[in-house]
Design a protein around this ligand. Sequence first.
Ligand code: PEP
Length: 250
Amino acid sequence: MRKKIVAGNWKMNVDLNESIDLIESIKKIYDPSDDVEVCIAPSFPFLKESSKLCQGEKIKVLAQNVNDNLKGAFTGEVSIDMLKSINVDGVILGHSERREHFNEDDDLLLRKLKVSLENNIKVYFCIGESFVDREKNNHFEKVKNQLDKTVFKIDSIDPENLVIAYEPIWAIGTGLTASPEQAQEVHKYIRNLLRERYGKKISDKTSIIYGGSVKPNSARDIFEKEDVDGGLIGGASLSPQDFIDIVRSI
Ligand code: PEP
């Protein structure tokens, strides 16, 4: 049985008080008996407070990034041990905004992925094609290429520690959601690639979540698809009610 996951990526949108308010509001309406892994990804300065507030609540706290070095002279950066020392549960890597605005290429992402997995921090690894790739019908090739250069360079993976997030760039923050059928065909394709690389047992157990303008009214149809195991939610995760409605759509 694969884990169902809904993760909210707050990006650079909320300050300390707003982060606390969001968490408190989520806690009020969230039923922790739901069989879903619920995660939030606040900004670095608020991770410690967030993880304290989420202790014992079945809400995991993720960082939006991490450095590929364990320690040293890297001004302005944050390491895995720093995250672990404040009980952060995982890290989002490969988000298209980091690839685009901070020039994170596949080589760097592979280093971040390796060091995170080696140091036992769970990774939510994002891949996805641009609008141009989709228009040219290159989306399968693009996704395969991203996996070949990153995840598939790792010899063995543990589904407890790695989640794949399929996020078509054209759908992120645009209001354009992939149709449930479009999401399913790419998720199935990714699962088949995982099977070819790691075998059926691993591919059956690896959660593949979808991201790209998921809203309460579109979540259910997408999550119903066989190979879609949940969602990575940007805009809608800033509204506690919308976020929990999405969690309940699983
Ligand atoms: C995201 O940034 O990962 C995302 C899916 O954003 P949105 O839901 O706003 O499209």
